[in-house]
Design a protein around this ligand. Sequence first.
Ligand code: F1P
Length: 311
Amino acid sequence: MREIRRLPELLERLRVFEAPLFSREGRYAVVGCGSSYHIGLVLGEIAALHGYNVQAYTSGSVLVREEVRRLVASADAVALISRTGTTTETVRVAELLQGATRTVGICCADSSPLTAITDEAFNFGFMAEESVVMTSSFSAILAFLLSSLGELRKEVEELLNATDAVRREMARLEESVSRVHFAKKSHFVFLGYGPNLYLAKEAALKVQELSLSRTEFNEPLEYRHGPISTLSESTHATLFGPIGELERELADELRARGASVEVLEPSNGDALLGTIVFPAYAQFLGYEKAVSCGLDPDRPRGLVKSVQLSI
Ligand code: F1P
């Protein structure tokens, strides 16, 4: 919980770092596994909204589908993200890219096998997490990379300089999580469009990892097209907003069918603030669900902090 709550501190400490600037003419790729991959997906969606070309890949897909050559041909620079900096698949991709294209490594340690072999390295040791599950470093790395988009650089700077707004939002999210009837809830659904779809993907992963619950993510209106069949009174659904009339109707329908529904809308319509704090909602949710089941959210069964393969 301490690691989830310390996001504002991580953002403050990011002030002294300058992210590499992306250009609209450039083509960029972001590579990682699990939550680190999701950072790339969210970034890619927001980048596209501003006219930038940023594609996200899982390190595994690059290896299995032998896409290294395609990556080299299609990206002027590749950012490789690994919180631990030791995930085998991501380190292996960095090895294969050495000398072939410009690489930037990002990790949450003072040094790492990943950042030792990338052309440029961001070793965010102050973000290091003890928990097996990645939490606040997700939003901190995302904020850092969002400042690579010229249009957002000033907005991100303002966010890093005014973390009271982040603190207030996080307190609001934690408060709303405390109202969830965890004893009754075992199925967690996250819905959103655009960048929010990938925040929903990250949210589903986080609650699954922390509490071993059944989770799903989808676009809001797509949820009626099949997945709704497994909705029940044990479902807690979260819509990442701002939402419009059609999504409001969906929320009402889900409630009418017995689910509890939370609609998260960023205060003052501040989309960037929402992007940065929404992941914390799922982290609080997963943490509280785990504790309510007598599980250890810091060391979930069957998970390791860094996946190691013998390749
Ligand atoms: C990647 C990752 C984490 C996940 C889990 C296993 O780690 O998939 O996102 O929470 O703990 O590893 P990393 O490459 O970012 O260190």
